[in-house]
Design a protein around this ligand. Structure first.
Ligand code: CA
Length: 713
């Protein structure tokens, strides 16, 4: 027997955790702690992975809390968080401990019964990362595997922590560069590997998903979602084929197609399904990417698609492109759910998907074969869908780069459904989808050129900015709402829908107690009858809720947990809710409920409670003094004496742009926010002046933060 065979035999016999061949092979999957078998069993008492089970159904079998007694649900405990940006994570629960990630990719572990903090981890993401992230400093969750906790950070690292202590075991940069790529998604664990992708398709990014050894962090495989520079050769036949659907020199901008949210491992097929984002830039004429070489004109594979790869090797298995010729930012990144459904009397193992584009898809999980695609919300970009291939026909007017005209698309770039998780009840057979009902204006930029900073959309954003016309604005507000849609994927129609005042409400949780839970932008956490949609219970959360709830049980007592904390991409979009009901506040908290819970929140402040979170002071005294002078002369008329603003204009002490000198220069000197009324001051101020103003406001923000700390506020 040769030595190598010996080692393999010993490893197999002992099934040692992390046993290796020659020290460089892949680690065996864990055999204790959180294992593949434990995740697959999906016991209702624990919540072990982002979507609860491998199929990401978010349906809990727990039945203690029901439609009959949910009226008695009360707060068991809560924890204030130390960040004040969007909270998008789903907490995980294992062995009595609740693990949650927060904004800025921090992780906290709580005693799941009492709320006592066990440990806290801060990856210290540089705050200037915020200006490279399209959609706030959010994080959607951690993975648990073996004895570790995994978090992917905004600045592109994958970090393994010790479950017991929160101590860092390893940390690794997994993105190609930290200038254009950010990570907000939750890692997933399967077969000894940790899976993660990234965001960045609005910047200069080439989409990917990659798998890393759970023990060592060593990269096991990487699948690029779009082809790279042909001169360097293609990584695999899938890239070679995809290159036929691209034109121009697409690789210079990266191509996009980033995998920023959904990753679903399916044990039945041994495939990993993931959704890909938009091609880059949004406007396909801006860099000639649509001028493809062959029949698949401008499809730009594998963007705006679901792709399946082998879980062991990352090898391409199949793809289904939901939005060919994407020019509307119709990412297909939303959650991918796997379920077994009876369709036309036949049992099918299927993928269920509600991407941004407004169609609901049912695909065969093994082959990717199209089974159905049905509009479940207002759609105007497409006039129908081919019943055999699933390819949508495109409304010629929606090709705004061809018409040269303004096009207001439904759904908008925010998506009819974005990352907010949906849930699929095995009791009702319904999918509960958090829906955004809102359009978005597109107009092609003339003579567009790529830049080294900022969004690469190829759009004329100034031309599409909201006009200062009261009637127009009111019309827009009236047309922009949100809903909880209970969708029947077999009958292909609504069972019911609950309408909200605005878009960007929370993810959903379905339970065997005939309940659906959802938080809202209007600062409530609610329970609905899963069959009828009747509202049964609400709790005032004091902050907009965008995250999804989860549930667990300890010693027979069922808990429901959700993160409150308004933010994410919609906060930077025109303030629909602020105009309708007052801007949702950000009071970032973990809220945990049980029947008969009696904990109470402190009274909500009358106005938004915002936490000062400025970067450290780095300016020289001379620079800060000059900044103070310039601020008083040019800025204070709108932004307030000593940089303390009123209610109408931005309070610059809280501005995320303080983190980056380039952002302030772009605003102050280059007029980047001209469409918001912040015009260029370049006739008066130089880039050095803008930097002096930034340093002054940083100093003021730090002074006021110190005051807050002293008063215990
Ligand atoms: Ca996108």
């Amino acid at each position: 027997m040769k030595l190598s065979t010996w080692i393999v035999a010993v490893c197999a016999a002992l099934a040692l955790v992390g046993c290796k061949q020659g020290g460089s092979g892949p680690s065996a999957a864990p055999t204790s702690g959180v294992t593949d078998a434990l995740i697959a069993a999906a016991d209702g008492n624990e919540w072990l992975t982002y979507g609860r089970d491998y199929g990401e159904q978010r349906f809990s079998p727990l039945t203690q809390i029901t439609d009959a007694n949910v009226k008695d649900l009360g707060l068991a405990w809560f924890a204030d968080l130390d960040t004040a940006r969007g909270q998008e994570a789903t907490p995980l629960m294992h062995d009595g401990v609740l693990y949650v990630s927060t904004a800025w990719s921090m992780v906290k572990a709580f005693d799941a019964r009492t709320g006592q903090l066990k440990w806290s981890y801060d990856p210290k993401v540089p705050r200037e990362t915020l200006v490279k992230a399209c959609c706030d400093a959010v994080n959607r969750g951690v993975a648990l595997y073996g004895d570790k906790v995994y978090v992917a950070t905004l600045d592109g690292r994958l970090v393994a922590l010790d479950q017991k202590t929160g101590n860092e075991v390893w940390s690794k940069v997994v993105v190609p560069d930290q200038e254009n790529y950010t990570i907000t998604g939750a890692p997933r664990a399967a077969k000894g590997k940790i899976l993660i992708g990234s965001g960045g398709a609005e910047y200069r990014a080439r989409g990917f998903i990659a798998a890393f050894d759970w023990q060592t962090g060593e990269e096991a495989w990487r699948f690029w979602t779009v082809p790279g520079d042909p001169a360097k050769g293609f990584e695999n036949p899938a890239m070679e084929r995809a290159a036929q659907t691209w034109g121009g020199e697409w690789w210079k901008l990266g191509g996009g197609g980033t995998v920023w949210d959904s990753i679903t491992y399916d044990p039945a097929t041994n495939l990993v399904f993931f959704g890909t984002g938009n091609a880059e830039p949004w406007n396909p004429a801006a860099n000639g990417r649509a001028a493809a070489k062959q029949a698949e004109f401008g499809d730009n594979l594998y963007t705006s698609s679901i792709v399946a790869v082998n879980a062991d090797t990352g090898e391409y298995a199949w793809h289904f492109q939901e939005t060919p010729e994407d020019r509307w930012d119709y990412d297909s990144d939303a959650q991918i759910t796997v379920a077994d459904l009876t369709i036309d009397g036949e049992q099918k193992h299927v993928v269920l998907h509600a991407p941004k584009n407004g169609y609901f898809y049912v695909l065969d999980a093994k082959s990717g074969k199209f089974l159905s695609g049905t509009p479940w919300t207002d759609i105007n970009w497409s006039t129908g869908i081919d019943p055999v291939t699933g390819r949508p026909s495109i409304n010629p007017e929606a090709r705004y780069e061809v018409t040269g005209k303004l096009w207001v698309s439904l759904p908008g770039a925010g998506g009819a459904h974005s990352w907010q998780p949906m849930s699929f009840s095995r009791q009702t057979g319904l999918m509960y989808i958090p829906a955004n009902l809102a359009g978005f204006p597109y107009m092609a930029a003339r003579d567009w050129e790529e830049s080294e900073i900022g969004f690469q959309t190829g759009l004329d954003s100034a031309a599409t900015a909201m006009p200062a016309d009261a009637a127009f604005r009111q019309q827009n507000l009236d047309a922009t709402t949100g809903a909880l849609v209970a969708w029947d994927p077999v009958a292909r129609k609504d069972a019911w829908r609950h309408t909200y005042l605005g878009p960007w409400n929370g993810g959903t949780l379905a339970t065997a107690g005939n309940l659906v839970f959802q938080g809202s932008a209007t600062e409530e956490f609610a329970a609905f009858n899963a069959r009828t949609g009747a509202p049964l219970w609400t709790f005032p959360t004091q902050s907009g809720v965008i995250a999804a709830p989860m549930t667990y049980a300890i010693d027979g007592e069922q808990y429901v947990a959700v993160l409150a904390g308004w933010g994410g991409v919609w906060d930077v979009a025109p303030g629909v809710l602020s105009a309708k009901s007052g801007r949702p506040r950000n009071i970032s908290r973990l809220l945990v409920f049980k029947l008969g819970g009696t904990a109470t929140l402190p009274p909500a402040p009358a106005l938004s409670k915002r936490v000062l979170d400025p970067p450290a002071v780095t300016g020289t005294p001379e620079q800060i003094a000059r900044g103070a002078d310039l601020f008083g002369r040019y800025c204070s008329v709108c932004h307030g004496d000593a940089a303390v603003a009123g209610a109408l204009n931005p309070d610059l002490r809280y501005s995320g742009a303080l983190n980056d000198a380039n952002a302030i220069k772009a605003i102050v000197v280059d007029g980047a926010l001209q469409h918001n009324g912040m015009v260029s001051f370049k006739v008066a101020l130089t880039p050095a002046d803008a930097e002096a103003i930034r340093q002054y406001v940083i100093k003021r923000a730090n002074e006021d933060k110190a005051l807050e700390g002293r008063s215990g506020a």
